[in-house]
Design a binder for this molecule. Structure first.
Ligand SMILES: [Fe+2]
Length: 411
């Protein structure tokens, strides 16, 4: 008994010691601008003219409470009141409030909040790109077309869609890959006009519909309707996740049996609730990433208001990175690290991100991925635990929400 107690005491001391070391090693890291330091956060606060950590905390509560009310019981009104009260001089606070009001059908209050945001905004402000255009505020969807990215090999189709109560458009891309055989793979199928589906069929027979992560499920059935001869592939989580459990998949992505050996490489990102598989086409040096990283590059066309605001609120306003809620969804850091290291070893030049225009990363993709994900490859398990602990301390309700989410997922 005394030996067991002694062993337990030593183990506790070792774990405690490891956490203390981890605490020290990540003490200067931002939990909102992932991969960056508190010094970067302070510098951004100086440029923005307000404490961005406080803005992110409140804006995240407000947005999550609107976007995922089934999972996250945020005090949206309280967050909006705090944004207006504590951070009322920051125009982006009023953009968030305007978004919330529109999502709740309070058009006049939304217009007033947006007018206040426009009064306060300056063109040179680091967040200025988030303001909606008149067409975006009117919720007009841009036209869609099949876009050729690599002649004869890669194309993309955008989809602009709304979800839940929010009237503003999210957007995503499907990627068309023409294989050496002439057969066509549709990666991340989306809804599209029949005319575009016909253009894709003219490229070659569509044999595979690949939905590369658990939380993409809206358009699986539509893809199957448009391309009935193709086989559908998803990830294991699709069969368990309630919104996708009813969908038909003919196969499950598995690195041990790649779908297109010698032609398209694939890496399942392990230890991450998203269960995303990332792909790489060596001949065109193109990597295909869906939700592993998000991006926002002001000035590039194609990012909708919804997406610019979402990225801003989750810590991405000037490039590509990991949104600030992802670490909460990491379940096995050593496995995650190993997966990310395999992705970063690819000789990628172009990176096609699902929620970013094709023009976003045209070259130097490996360096962009390294900048966004290198810190994840190098993150220790204890350091991750400390960062998540700090996040929950900032957003205490999210621990309860995460547990509820895990129960709903059955895992
Ligand atoms: Fe996504």
């Amino acid at each position: 008994m005394s030996l067991a107690l002694a062993v337990g005491g030593v183990a506790t001391a070792l774990v405690g010691g490891r956490l203390v070391l981890a605490q020290r090693s990540v003490a200067d890291r931002s939990i909102f601008l992932l991969g960056r330091g508190l010094a970067d956060e302070a510098a951004l606060s100086a440029r923005v003219g307000a404490p961005v950590g406080r803005f992110y905390g409140l804006a995240q509560r407000a947005l999550w409470g609107i976007l995922q009310p089934d999972l996250i019981r945020a005090d949206v009104d309280g967050a909006c009141a705090a944004l207006a009260g504590e951070l009322g001089g920051l125009f982006a606070s009023h953009v968030v409030i305007a978004f919330v009001r529109r999502a709740r059908g309070q058009a006049q209050a939304a217009d007033e909040a947006l007018a206040r945001a426009r009064e306060l905004a300056r063109p040179e402000h680091p967040f200025a790109h988030v303001l909606p255009s008149a067409a975006e505020w009117a919720c007009e969807a841009p036209p869609v077309a099949l876009e050729e990215v690599v002649p004869g090999v890669l194309w993309r189709v955008p989809v602009f869609y709304t979800h839940g109560l929010v009237p503003f458009h999210e957007f995503a891309y499907a990627t068309v890959i023409r294989r050496r055989s002439g057969e066509v793979v549709l990666l991340n199928p989306v809804a599209m006009p029949e005319a575009i589906a016909a253009e894709i069929r003219a490229i070659g027979p569509v044999t595979h519909l690949v939905t590369p992560l658990k939380f993409h499920n809206l358009f699986v059935a539509e893809g199957q309707r448009l391309f009935p001869g193709a086989r559908s592939f998803g990830v294991a989580g699709h069969r368990k996740n309630p919104p996708s459990a009813h969908l038909r998949f003919d196969g499950i992505l598995d690195d041990r049996a790649p779908l297109f050996p010698g032609e398209i490489e694939q890496v399942a990102i392990a230890g991450h609730q998203f269960e995303e598989t990332v792909f790489f086409h060596p001949e065109s040096r193109t990597a295909f990433v869906h939700d592993l990283i998000f991006g926002c590059q002001p000035g590039r066309p194609g990012y909708t208001f919804w997406w610019r605001l979402y990225c801003l609120v989750f810590g991405i306003h000037d490039g590509f990175g990991v949104p600030s809620y992802h670490p909460m969804l990491w379940t096995n850091v050593p496995r995650l690290r190993a997966s990310v290291a395999r992705v970063l070893a690819w000789d990628a030049d172009r990176v096609l991100c699902c929620h970013a225009p094709a023009s976003a990363i045209e070259a130097g993709g490996r360096e962009v991925l390294e900048g966004a994900l290198g810190w994840v490859r190098d993150l220790g398990t204890a350091e991750h635990a400390v960062m998540v602990g700090r996040y929950f301390r900032e957003q205490p309700g999210f621990l309860r929400d995460l547990l509820r989410y895990l129960v709903k997922q059955g895992g």
